[in-house]
Each structure stands twice: as structure tokens, then as C-alpha cells.
Design a protein around this ligand. Sequence first.
Ligand SMILES: Nc1ncnc2c1ncn2[C@@H]1O[C@H](COP(=O)(O)OP(=O)(O)OP(=O)(O)O)[C@@H](O)[C@H]1O
Ligand SMILES: [Mg+2]
Length: 217
Amino acid sequence: MRLTARDVSFTYPRGDHQVLSGVTFDIPDGASAAIIGPSGSGKTTLLSLMGHLLPLQSGTIQAVDADGTDHTLADTASWVLQTVSLLPDRTAADNVMVGAYSDGANRADARARARDYLAQVGLAGREDEPARILSGGEAQRVAIARAMASHRPIILADEPTGQLDTTTSATVLEAMIGAHGQRTVVIVTHDPAVAQRCDLVLELRDGRIVDHAGARV
Ligand SMILES: Nc1ncnc2c1ncn2[C@@H]1O[C@H](COP(=O)(O)OP(=O)(O)OP(=O)(O)O)[C@@H](O)[C@H]1O
Ligand SMILES: [Mg+2]
């Protein structure tokens, strides 16, 4: 799915300033894009508008498939939120299976996907541990595996590697974006190494896109 944003502006209802101003970009089908910028520059707000967690006020955001048909991201994207939430009393595998079930997978398929995606994020052998005993970085990786298990064509991830060391971060990034062309991935990040690995870098400053440096697509 290609992602397009056209002239997106946003002000929080009780906010005192415009958080996003005329944001426009294209992310090609199957590409990975990093959204970077200082704290408060509007990264999470932009991702929330893309994922329908906030209502658009002006402009358009669309996913366009190979036939040129427009889709809403509500039906085509899965999320990794900045604040990870898992079902604490269920196992790591159960949490990932939730993603697979949202795609209509049966129990056996969901279980297989859980094993596969947990291994891809470096959690092989941890399937049956309850989520509540996982570390912050492990929980974050379960949330990433859950998003991948949904097999949706778009992943929107807010600081998905924020709590991970360099090696684990690279492993997780490969799992998310390594199979180029499989899915379109948008990653909000403060980590230059993550941005470097993405096909495209969108830099926000005071709610405006200022730089397309690093574009390799
Ligand atoms: N619910 C809200 N109501 C009013 N203002 C908000 C709300 N949420 C965020 N803001 C403001 O919008 C601006 C952008 O916030 P946003 O969370 O998008 O930044 P960010 O780039 O994701 O920052 P960080 O890197 O710290 O996560 C900030 O000035 C913030 O104070
Ligand atoms: Mg944020």
C-alpha cells in the first residue's frame, strides 16, 4: 500500500497552538519511513491521525493499493503504540495471537504465527510466559510481534525500539522492515540508527515537514 498525506493540519481542541501545519508526503508501497523530530514536534499526533486515533480536521491521509483504489488506514494498518499495552495475565503467545485473530486466523494458524513472529523479535522459547513478568523491552517486542501477526499491509509504530539495546533494536527492525516490499512501515523514532535503516526520513519541526534527507526510494 502506498501512503499519501496531503496538507494535513491539526490543532488539539483545547490546545493553544497548531500542532501540524500542511503536512504532505508520499510513502511508496512496501517502503519504510522514519518520522523524526524533537519532542513535541507532532510525531505522535501525525501517527494518531494516520491510524484514526484522532479525527482529521483538514487535509487527507490515504492508503492506495496497486490498483489505485483508496483505503482508510483504519482497515489496513496495525499499531505499535508509544505506551505498550498487553493482556497481563495472558502469555506472550496469547497476546500475539490476538493480532492473528484480528486477521481471521484459526487457532492453529494463530499459534504458528505467534511462534514465528516471537522468534523474529528475539523471543523464541518465551511463548508461554505471562506478559506481566516480561521486561519493558520484551513487552515492546511482543507488541511488535502482535502487529506483524495481523498481516495488515501497513504498520504504524511509535518509538518501537525505544527500550531496546542496539543489537536487539537491529533485530526487531529487520523483522519489521527487512522483507522489503512485504509491508509499508512508518516508524516514529529518536534513534538515528533506526532512521538510517529506513528507506525514507520525514523530519518534523514545529509541525512542519522540513527535510526529506536520507530518501533512498
Ligand atoms: N491531548 C492533547 N491536548 C493538547 N495538546 C496536546 C495533546 N497531545 C499532545 N499535545 C501537544 O501537541 C504537541 C505535539 O505532541 P506530540 O505528542 O505529537 O509530540 P511528539 O513529537 O510525539 O513528542 P515526543 O517525542 O515527546 O513523543 C505538543 O506540544 C503537545 O503538548
Ligand atoms: Mg510521541
